[in-house]
Design a protein around this ligand. Structure first.
Ligand code: FES
Ligand SMILES: [Fe+2]
Length: 461
């Protein structure tokens, strides 16, 4: 990655918000915090503006298709979406479509979703099958991609000389997530993810979560605008004013490791922009959305803290599925926002947060996108089936999806900005957008990586 303004970076001290940092709060944790979770790795790469053409230009979208989506590891589905041999999902990205299928108990494969006869999409919905039979003329492939049958084969004398197996794209699995990469020369998924995120998630046993909610909404903005609304906590004071008493978003810690990053936002401390100091009970009431005078759903005694009370409640919520290992897990893991990001568009929140976000262009349209929210919840006993996707249109509020509970209202506030940012960028009389140095650094991180992918030129598919 090219370093920009490196002189400036070296000369300026790294400014941080007043108030306790996330690291300071860890000192007060009731449990021991492993060193690898305490690591700090800020992203600093200059102060240049980001050209607004990255969001608005069709040419840039074409470059992203040709050089990013065609060669990057991308989250396609959960392993639980493919429970049986023959279970498949259709994964669409921009103008491309892939079939991801369980071929055996131990193998998942993926193919471009197109018939090798005259190109019809093989599947347009998820399901389970014993073979892939094209609905147009009936060319048929086995699950492992080998050609099984051409109807009236006598009329295709050329077929014998051609390789008519379905071409494969790369598949990798991590923490119960299935990824694909269309570039057959790509690095292995483990290398792409790097050791840090893999070590962190191992502690949280993500294989043993189930998809408890899955809601997808079309938004009228470029996919990166939606993604960037969840890449910094700087907006919380203005966009989510109800959270300022108990969320220290300006005190968030920003880290990156290659293609992965995280923003850690502490709960139970007020935003330092607030002009008074709320009590612990006020913070707790705001966090749980319970009015003064109404009973709290958790026991709260004099001297208790929000951090203590809510982390204890979280620990009990996970005890049934996670066992007594919860007693070793820190308060911070049950309480704070562990917003992990895997480049380019995937946010599997870490620790015990449940939340997963994914952002994609809406088909081949760079001016709209599809933003999905998933919940990965603990379970005891038999794995419940994964939630069906609830589809929302651009004007359907997130609060229509009851499965999202309180988060629906919060993300509605975020979504309220997105379309208006896309519109506003067309009005803006500047060439680019300005980013804060520390709090918004991961927006720069993502743009720098996209730039690096694009600089590599087209992929040989
Ligand atoms: S296009 Fe698929 S069999 Fe003809
Ligand atoms: Fe937000």
């Amino acid at each position: 990655m090219t370093k920009k303004d490196s002189k400036l970076d070296e000369e300026l001290p790294l400014g941080r918000s007043p108030g306790p940092s996330w690291q300071d709060l860890l000192e007060t944790d009731s449990r021991a915090v492993p060193d690898y979770l305490r690591a700090e790795s800020p992203y600093l790469n200059g102060l240049d503006d980001i050209p607004k053409s990255r969001y608005l230009s069709r040419d840039w979208h074409e470059l992203e298709k040709e050089r990013l989506w065609s060669r990057v590891w991308q989250f396609a589905c959960r392993e639980e979406h493919l429970p049986h041999v023959g279970s498949y999902i259709v994964y669409d990205i921009a103008d491309q479509s892939y079939l991801v299928v369980r071929v055996s108990d131990t193998e998942i494969k993926a193919y471009p979703n197109a018939c090798l006869h005259r190109g019809r999409l093989l599947k347009t919905y998820d399901g389970r099958c014993s073979e892939f039979r094209c609905p147009f003329h009936g060319f048929t492939w086995r699950l492992d991609g080998e050609l099984k049958q051409i109807p009236a084969e006598w009329d295709f004398p050329q077929a014998a000389e051609r390789n008519l197996s379905l071409p494969e794209v790369k598949v990798g699995c991590w923490a119960g997530f299935v990824f694909i990469n269309p570039d057959t020369d790509c690095e292995p998924l483990e290398e792409f993810l790097g050791p840090d995120i893999q070590q962190h998630f191992e502690r949280w046993d993500f294989d043993n979560r189930y998809l408890a909610a899955h809601v997808s909404r079309t938004i009228r903005c470029n996919w990166k605008i939606a993604n960037e609304a969840f890449t910094e906590g700087y907006h919380v004071g203005a966009t989510h004013p109800q959270a300022v008493t108990y969320t220290g978003d300006p005190q968030s810690q920003i880290d990156f490791w290659g293609n992965t990053a995280r923003e850690l936002s502490p709960k139970g401390i007020p935003n330092p922009l607030l002009n008074y100091t709320p009590t612990e009970e006020e913070m707790l009431r705001d966090a749980l959305d319970v009015r003064v005078g109404e009973p709290l759903p958790v026991s709260f005694e004099q001297g208790d803290t929000l951090r203590g009370v809510l982390s204890a409640a979280g620990r009990e919520r996970f005890r049934e599925s996670f066992g007594d290992r919860v007693d070793e897990i820190t308060d911070a893991e049950f309480l704070d926002a562990w917003n992990y990001m895997v480049f380019p568009n995937f946010h599997p929140w870490g620790a015990f947060n449940r939340i997963v976000y994914r952002f994609r262009p809406n088909g081949d349209d760079h001016e709209t996108c599809v933003f999905e929210i998933m919940y990965l919840a603990p379970f005891a006993g038999e794995r419940p089936p994964p939630a069906e996707v609830v589809h929302l249109g651009p004007d359907d509020p997130w609060t229509d999806a009851e499965a999202l509970e309180k988060l629906g209202m919060v993300v509605e506030q975020d979504t309220f900005n997105m379309e208006r940012v896309h519109q506003g960028l067309k009005v803006l009389r500047r060439d680019g957008i300005m980013l804060s140095r520390y709090q918004e650094a991961l927006i720069r991180w993502r743009h720098d990586l996209i730039e690096a992918y694009i600089a590599r030129g087209p992929v040989q598919l």
